[in-house]
Write a protein that binds this ligand. Structure first.
Ligand SMILES: Cc1ncc(COP(=O)(O)O)c(C=O)c1O
Length: 345
């Protein structure tokens, strides 16, 4: 069966109407290139308003470059970055953070449900303090995490305080930051710079933008020469207005949080439906737009045969990842659940 929507990834979805309209508006006439245009200036200003601070903002093409270049701006080549063992920067960026930071090493931390256990930071920092080992310099947190959980404000503060105590700067991979904000219902400022985050990679594409993320430096000193890093890393868009203008649509009237909240609600609906099916086990608390579940083995192939795309075992072994988007409908969710219920017997 040909389906129009899937649960494989939140970037399977298209562009949301608000981002699309803002892009169309930016398409009238000529504009100054390389980010010196009015749309880019206005989008950066709007981000400063949302975060209630005079942060420095850059628009790049994707999450890998946002993470890699922001980490590179925190590190020297002899430094290391601490992150969760499931972090995208470790598992899914083809070594780009190490590459762009000229060899900085990624060190892995454990913790349940995709969240770093703060107790793991000190042993990792103190494991070696001699000159033969890379010097820890940054903590990278993913919010929402790779398995759909969300750090509470208290959890964030515990991590950033520990990081500070050990001289680490804090970078946040916020590919799904909107989902985390919608889930927690707290102000973006509370969940970032007021909680000790130095730089945020603010995700756009999973929220409904065509492509692109905003790199938001709360400590402007860390952003020094970041424009050069972007250019050298192939991330300075000549027609920058098409990366930046969609943010104006998203950030106007709370569209970003509406879409993220909707995706989260669809994930909650999906989890509730799955929970009622024998043989299905939800693997992690469902706190954003993703559901991780162990499905009956026989079900997977049959769901695929019925046209549903989703991945199993990619992020975590034996777990299927089901992601909801801004355009996932209750009918999509119910149809998936009904198919699984029928297959599982
Ligand atoms: C946690 C996380 N960070 C970052 C990204 C962004 O990666 P990309 O370079 O594909 O935009 C993703 C996308 O899957 C992600 O899940």
């Amino acid at each position: 069966m040909k389906r129009t929507r899937h649960f494989a990834s939140d970037n399977y979805s298209g562009i949301c109407p608000e981002a699309w309209a803002a892009m169309a508006e930016a398409n009238a006439g000529h504009e100054v290139s390389y980010g010196d245009d009015l749309f880019t200036q206005r989008a950066a200003d709007r981000i400063r308003e949302i975060f209630e601070t005079d942060c420095e903002v850059f628009f790049v093409f994707n999450g890998t470059s946002a993470n890699s270049l922001s980490l590179a701006s925190l590190c020297q080549s002899y430094n290391s970055v601490l992150c969760h063992e499931l972090a995208h920067v470790e598992t899914s960026e083809c070594g780009a953070p190490e590459f762009f930071a000229n060899g900085s090493k990624i060190l892995l931390l454990g913790g349940a449900n995709g969240k770093i256990d703060p107790a793991e930071i000190e042993p990792a920092v103190k494991k070696r303090t001699d000159i033969h080992y890379p010097k820890p310099r940054a903590l990278s947190l993913t919010q929402a995490t790779e398995v759909g959980t969300v750090y509470s404000l208290a959890e964030l503060q515990a991590l950033t305080e520990t990081a500070r105590r050990h001289g680490l700067r804090v970078q946040m991979d916020g590919a799904r930051f909107a989902n985390a904000v919608a889930s927690l219902g707290a102000a973006p400022a509370e969940l970032t710079w007021r909680a000790g985050v130095d730089v945020l990679c603010f995700g756009g594409s999973k929220n409904g933008i065509a492509l692109g993320e905003a790199v938001v430096f709360f400590d402007r000193e860390l952003a020094r020469d970041f424009d050069y890093r972007c250019k050298q890393g192939g991330q300075l868009a000549s027609k920058m207005r098409f990366l930046s203008a969609p943010w104006l649509g998203m950030l106007k009237d709370g569209a970003w949080l509406r879409h993220a909240g909707h995706a989260n609600a669809m994930a909650a609906r999906l989890a509730a439906g799955l929970q009622s099916i024998a043989g299905v086990k939800i693997s992690h608390p469902v706190q954003s737009n993703g559901v991780f579940a162990q499905l009956p083995k026989v079900a997977e192939a049959q769901l695929h045969a019925r046209g549903w795309h989703f991945y199993t075992g990619v992020i975590t072994p034996d777990e299927s990842r089901l992601m909801c988007s801004w355009d996932t409908t209750p009918e999509d969710v119910d149809a998936f659940v009904a198919d699984l219920r029928e297959i599982a017997g």
